[in-house]
Design a protein around this ligand. Sequence first.
Ligand code: NAP
Length: 473
Amino acid sequence: MDYPMHIGGTRVTTSQPRPVELPYDGSEVAIVYQASTEHIDAAIAAAVAAAPVMGELTLDERSVILRKAHQKLLERREEMARAVASECGKPIREARLETERAAATLLFSSEEAHRLRGEVVPMDASPAGKGRWAMTIREPLGVIAAITPFNFPLNLAMHKIGPAIAAGNAVVHKPASTTPLSGILMAEIFADCGLPPGALNVITGSGGVVGDRLVFDPRVAMVTFTGSVEVGLRIRNLAGMKRVTLELGSNSAVIIEADADLEEAAQRTVAGGFAHSGQVCISVQRVYVQKSVREAFVERCVDLARKLTIGHPLEAGTEISSLITVGEAERVESWIGEAVGAGAKLVTGGTRRRATIEPAILTDVPPHVSLNCKEAFGPVIGINGYETLDEAIGLVNASEYGLQAGIYTRDIGKAFHAARRVHVGGFLINEVPQYRVDQMPYGGVKLSGTGREGPKYAVEEMTEPKLVCWKVS
Ligand code: NAP
């Protein structure tokens, strides 16, 4: 099936077709088209032309478009979920969940369009402000480049496109090369919902070519990026004066205190470490368990991990499917080997069949190995013991990343002691770090990025507060 690009309200194919493959077995699921530099220029030009049209839409007109897109997405939810599962290889039950969440992200964005406002500035708080009144109005930035990763190809794109529309901007969206289908389907949906032509352009092609041009082009006012640290840093360094938000990776950690509800903590750890085969930016990767309960906790996690059903992503019962490529699965396999070579114990899983890795649990993972200090982005959990809570907090903070972290304890004092000291963008009490609802502020510190998503927060990033001041007499 053909998936043309969307440029200026028109479907565009090129002389360079490229297959999109099901990661699980490599079978072809669709054809997309590689953008040339002319296509990228045309997409930016279309967005430049549409930006003033978007800026002139009333808040209610923007809100109505987003609400219609929310409804249309729900009407086409099964088709969309199958596209998501086919392009990124996640089990269909997770793809359905992602589709529901993407629809919710659009609804939250439509509500934010109604709430967009500036503030009154207390001018006469300065003696020189006597007789002056002032307010800020929030203006759209113009053209926003949205560059998205493979792991949540639909919802993470909606976290950029929804708020951009609510704020009155035009968008050029570049989805990941492996997962362009849901983004293209969304362009169709938005066109059916009355979004002006050129307000959402979707171009497909490699990050090095399309991404670099979008980041360099002076007509683009903002780059909103979700993806790896490596590419995020490159964008940051090349974007000059453009506004940039970066939602990057992590090696998220959770602390399990001895007084925790161990059964619930184990269930949530296994769910949070192995959903989408660990290819989630807040996947549970490092688990620190108080030594007196470590053995019981590991036993419970192993038992739960062994019950997970591995299979084809489009089969209803599948809980674990493949990683995005065979190369990524080989990398994860080699990191498990490195950890075991350095003294870690592989308690369960870790075997690879093509791009699929059996959920793996390791204990006694040395601090210097890749599985501990880098982002695994695979179905691997490392469980280590600790004596005191402050020791555990130190271990959580001994990371270059800081997206989300969590603690399980029944002691509210301990929970807030940790909440104050763990350096992350979001801290979860009695929940694993792999928890997100779409309206909450979401983003990281350290190498995990800059800026926050969640429609309310993204709308702030995507508008400029302009001061209007007048002298009364
Ligand atoms: P990636 O390799 O960094 O790619 C992300 C996007 O950037 C893709 O569209 C990619 O295009 C594009 N790109 C590549 N090179 C580029 C360049 N030079 N200039 C501009 N764009 C470029 O990341 P990924 O493997 O798709 O996704 C996994 C990463 O995303 C993980 O690190 C994960 O933690 C992170 N992530 C973070 C969050 C969050 O909210 N914090 C959420 C999800 C994922 P191509 O596909 O064509 O290369």
